[in-house]
Write a protein that binds this ligand. Sequence first.
Ligand code: CTP
Length: 364
Amino acid sequence: VDGCFDLMHFGHFNAIRQARELGDILVAGIHSDEEIEQNKGPPVMKFAERLEVLQSCKWVDEVVTGVPYNVSAYMDNIINKHNCDFIVHGDDPSLNADGTDAYAAIKAAGRFRMIKRTEGISTTELVGRMLLVTKTHHDPEDSEPHSPTGSGSAGSSGPIAMQSAFLATSRRINQFSNNLTPAVHDKVVYVNGVWDLFHVGHVRFLKRARALGTFLIVGIFSDKEANSHMGSNFPIMNIHERVLSVLACKYVDEVIIGAPYQVSEGLLKDLNVSVVVKKPLCDLYYQHEDTEKEEYKVPRDKGILQEVESRDLLEDEDAETAIVNTGTILQRIIDHRLKYTHRNARRAAKITDYEEKKTYVQEL
Ligand code: CTP
């Protein structure tokens, strides 16, 4: 299965999950920034950032880079070099810049398999939600909450995520869940947060937290709780959407949907938690020192609180990649608002056309 996997969301994860159902090994192909720019407009997330999130998905066995947008031109490589039997795409059309079907040759060779595209989500949709946040960015009456580095003001317009058209079903959560419970001997690690716009910073943090034990439980704040700390229209993704992204990550064993803000004695006991992990305060742009003290008071007093960085650099790493967070992603949209508005207008028309013409496809 190939794609841009830009601003990776549960629609991408669900496509990968379905593709994995079709066989034994899943190879995910990813396009370069240049390929995306030429065919769809500028990607929001850089190649290295998209790659690391894709690699962290629990249904991905191998990742192949350098796959052109016109996948048909790369078919021989996919079949002969990467040993794939089938090439998968959602039921939405994927057109080259010249309007031809990117999968035409693959379909003609009988190597194509179609899966159901997930309703109510796309990169375009997410960019649209972020453009809405940035719309009043320069409004002096209401400018503070829109600053990604600002503290936010509680409840100014309510969480934007409520507008999502995603149909949350119990089956979907079940498909994404590991259905695991920690064994008595497991060393349970607990982390909590908003996990909005699931990105490379989250992946690195979760990987390091998981390495401190044998079972990682991730607490996810409700939209209301998240909004009361982040302000403005945050979170961009609603609780169901955020839950699915976190569940798709291979370092996560279980999630708490709508976790309490304060890590209480009762929670630690109920979940048999040995270690609570948090990021250094400076990393959390929406968090204040006082609330942070309250949030982690119990594990700190018990001596089981540990700090883990999500942004220290490996030697060959790009410094910009390492400092990504919800705020810096929004800042990219603010900085290139016009470019993204144009890109979205073009993409939105295609999505509407697909939505109108689509017929029912059974999901795997
Ligand atoms: N996909 C899906 N459901 C979505 C979005 C994407 O099933 N809501 C699938 C696509 O059909 C494709 C794969 O995910 O098989 C990778 O898609 P990608 O090329 O990254 O992007 P798009 O299809 O354009 O999706 P988006 O608009 O979110 O970028």
